[in-house]
Design a binder for this molecule. Structure first.
Ligand SMILES: [Zn+2]
Length: 446
């Protein structure tokens, strides 16, 4: 894929790096699967029939839309006694804050039934909200049940008993507070998560009238306080203190402030000091997915409720900072301020973490090359490079999320409909993080 600088799937024999120690226990490649995808799980339908149901519904929708627009035409498909359309009334679906604290988003609208015959009797009229996870790394290639899992999130049953509808338009309002713990719609490099509505109306003559529609759920995590992090680089005295924004967004840049201290070591009549020669940053995006096996193929992963962990790490932005840092040998500090941003052409994907093992996370990696100089204390301006240099590499967790102002918060802009659900204020603790550098600074000559 274009722009993927680093891409790998964790193979059974690969040795995880120290910063991936969490994965050590997964080295055998087969790991237990997490709890079911969502905590609200109605009895599962037969997957194949669900899938075809959704596909049929989408096909119908794309055709139906055109027919609907052509309302003046007297031609009406004789085999379709009812046409369906949907009017979504709620604002774009944005979950605010983390899955643990989000109040969710209200989804509401009307299903419109246009009855073209004098009378139609509906036996059943149902709508399902489905979550569809599709992986590009199925346990068994070309097995659609290994590739795709469909979970019903919610079901609306519009009829308690059969109903006879007259010719004309009939509206069925619906509304539902989508729970904020649902992971957002995500199109990752290993797997995709999509939400869709699947509507089926069954007439007394046995006709199934279908309608389908994709819905997009976004998540926006409110920014809290700035994050302060410190990294030390033994065996040198160098310490990097960084100030980072609490969240970053796919579009727009963000500031990074860094102070490198401990750059000067004084001896009797001389000093050695580090000069910053090179400063690079990059943002790495890590996708993980635990590919489950379908009922037929559980033996491939060593039993039920197990899957294969895949991981893909790629760079979504990188740059060399050419200038913009100040060196103060008297204080022993280097101060750098620069701005970073995701590269939109590399299609950054927001953070997500689903109980089914789908995950997207981000790290900022800062790499510095420092070169050592020696100077007599009496003449500190007459410095001579000693030839020693080090690469300082360190990483910081970043949260990539949609901008909070992107959608309209249902609890702020909509007339109150769910008064019992309070708007939750952002709850953040100051994230102060002190850590040793895992990677040893390596020497090199420049
Ligand atoms: Zn299978």
């Amino acid at each position: 894929m274009p722009g993927r600088l680093l891409a790998f799937v964790r193979a059974p024999s690969s040795s995880p790096k120290s910063d991936h120690q969490k994965l050590d226990k997964h080295q055998k490649d087969v790991i237990p699967l997490f709890p079911p995808v969502y905590s609200v799980n109605p009895p599962p339908l037969h997957k194949a029939s669900q899938e075809s149901l959704v596909m049929d519904a989408f096909k119908r929708h794309s055709l139906g839309g055109r027919h609907h627009a052509d309302k003046k035409s007297p031609k009406v498909e004789p085999q379709q006694p009812v046409r369906m359309d949907m009017l979504v009334e709620s604002p774009p679906l944005v979950f605010y804050n983390s899955p643990q604290t989000s109040t969710g988003a209200l989804f509401s609208g009307q299903l419109k039934l246009d009855v073209s015959e004098p009378h139609v009797t509906l036996e059943k009229f149902e709508m399902r909200l489905l979550a569809t996870v599709t992986t590009k790394k199925p346990v068994v290639q070309h097995c659609s049940e290994c590739s795709t899992q469909i979970t019903e999130i919610h079901k609306w049953d519009f009829l308690k008993a059969p109903v006879s509808l007259r010719h004309g338009m009939h509206a069925y309002p619906f509304s539902h507070l989508l729970p904020g713990y649902l992971p957002a719609t995500t199109h990752g490099s290993l797997a995709t998560l999509d939400y869709s509505l699947s509507v089926v109306a069954t007439t007394s003559t046995g006709d199934n009238i279908k309608y389908g529609r994709q819905i997009d759920i976004k998540r926006a995590i409110f920014p809290g306080n700035e994050k302060h992090s410190i990294r030390i680089f033994p065996p040198t005295n160098l310490t990097a203190a960084l100030t980072l924004p609490p969240v970053i967004h796919p579009i727009g840049d963000f500031p990074i402030e860094m102070r490198l201290s401990g750059i000067v070591t004084n001896k009797n009549d001389s000093q050695t000091r580090w000069r910053l020669r090179k400063l690079n940053w990059r943002i790495e995006e890590t996708h993980k997915f635990v590919s489950p096996a379908c009922a037929k193929h559980t033996s491939k992963v060593g039993g039920e409720r197990k899957g294969i962990l895949h991981e893909d790490v790629h760079v979504i932005a990188n740059e060399e900072v050419k200038h913009g840092w100040k060196t103060d040998f008297d204080q022993g500090n280097i101060d750098a301020e620069f701005r970073a941003a995701c590269n939109m052409s590399l299609k950054p994907v927001c953070d997500m973490d689903s109980p089914n093992g789908m995950e997207v996370k981000h790290n900022l990696i800062i790499e510095m090359v420092v070169a050592e100089e020696w100077a007599p204390l009496k003449k500190p301006n007459q410095a001579t490079p000693t030839g020693a240099a080090r690469v300082l590499r360190t990483q910081f967790h970043l949260v990539l999320t949609e901008r909070a102002g992107l959608g309209i918060s249902w609890d702020e802009e909509q007339p109150p409909m769910y008064e019992d659900v309070p708007a939750s204020p952002p709850t953040y603790v100051d994230d102060y993080d002190i850590a040793h550098l895992d990677d040893e600074a390596s020497s090199l000559n420049i």
